[in-house]
Design a protein around this ligand. Structure first.
Ligand code: KG4
Ligand code: ZN
Length: 339
């Protein structure tokens, strides 16, 4: 299985990740280092993140090589995220991968971070046997889009957020409730003690044509519930009820948007969810119900492959090799935006 291994690096946000995949997509080794500093600071500070990637990469790459029982000389191809994301981190990680590729005389493949998220569900080890075209709901801290995946390299963006990303909304509401950062997981936990119908919160854009998202109105509605209680700790039951009601509103909106997206992409063979917010069970349930209604499978990759990781970057590069391309993109520069 270890033939023609590819080494991939992902550094587009605050996670430093490295993975080695065999040519057929078998995961030989993987590692992710999360930058805990940002939890203390309550968000990602780009300059700190870029420096932390640089500090973390040498030892991380070596440990992943060790886990795969390989040396750098064994690596056939290098891949790195060149966008979209925080420019400092993108430059650090992609330059690191390019440097290794140049030193060893191997090709470098420039990977789009979103493409990585979107193609993950086709990893052979997931055994989902996912065929094109399929519909992906990408919901993370930085992104919130509905994408029809037609082929490797052929994506139709059916809709996206017009303000906050879903994960961002979870993080901001969690902050209002006095929970830590990132807030999504903490909010989901607290919501278990609350009633989803405790507060009637808005469902922005629900029922509207297309599949755009909006979360700022929902966020404002939550802040209006909380403000009258003044500063200081919120009563636990109240906070849990707010968390459960908010989470249900997001899930309802997502289900409605997925429904519209499937109407726009009627040939989709499956409904896929990707990104960190895909960890949320209420959301998964809501999307699964939509897929059931359309008689197509619902696919949610394991959580470690939904959040930022380098396996997805390596796999997106391999998909291009499998499609017969022979990219050597050492000259492709990192870019913060890459539509
Ligand atoms: O994909 P990801 O790891 O990083 C980005 O590319 O943004 O997503 C992180 C986001 C954060 O906003 C986090 O709060 C959210 O995913 N998240 C969750 C849950 N776990 C992570 N949101 C809701 N429920 C969860 N269980
Ligand atoms: Zn991501």
């Amino acid at each position: 299985a270890a033939s023609r291994p590819l080494l991939a690096i992902e550094t587009s946000c605050d996670d430093t990740a490295c993975a080695i995949l065999a040519y057929d997509g078998t995961i030989l080794a993987e590692g992710v280092l999360s930058q805990n500093d940002h939890a203390i600071l309550g968000g990602v500070v780009p300059e700190i993140a870029a420096r932390a990637h640089l500090d973390a990469l040498p030892a991380l790459v070596q440990s992943v090589l060790d886990k795969a029982a390989l040396t750098l000389q064994d690596i056939d191809t290098f891949a790195g995220t060149t966008g979209p994301g925080l420019i400092g981190g993108l430059i650090v990680g992609s330059s690191y991968a390019k440097g290794l590729a140049l030193a060893l005389g191997r090709p470098f493949i420039a990977v789009n971070h979103i493409e990585g998220h979107v193609l993950t569900a086709r990893l052979p080890s997931l055994k989902a046997d996912l065929q094109f075209p399929f519909l992906t709901m990408l919901v993370s801290g930085g992104h919130c889009q509905c994408i029809s995946v037609e082929q490797t390299g052929q994506y139709v963006r059916l809709g996206g957020t017009i303000d906050d990303a879903a994960g961002e909304a979870f993080d901001k509401v969690a902050k209002m409730l006095g929970l830590g950062w990132p807030g999504g997981p903490a909010l989901e936990k607290l919501a278990q003690e609350g009633r989803a119908d405790a507060f009637a919160l808005p469902r922005p854009l629900k029922g509207r044509d297309g599949c755009d998202f909006s979360f700022s109105g929902l966020k404002t509605a939550v802040s209006r519930l909380i403000e009258p209680l003044g500063s200081g700790a919120l009563p636990r039951q109240f906070a849990a009820d707010v968390a459960a009601s908010f989470q249900q509103a997001v899930a309802d909106v997502m289900a409605d948007r997925a429904e519209h997206a499937l109407a726009m992409a009627p040939n989709a063979t499956a409904l896929v969810v990707a990104g960190g917010v895909a960890a949320n069970r209420t959301l998964r349930c809501a999307l699964e119900t939509v897929a059931d209604r359309h008689g197509i499978p619902f696919i949610a990759p394991p959580l470690r492959l939904c959040t930022d990781n380098a396996v997805m970057i390596g796999w997106a590069a391999l998909e291009r090799l499998h499609a017969g391309e022979h990219p050597n993109e050492i000259d492709v520069a990192a870019r913060p935006r890459w539509p």
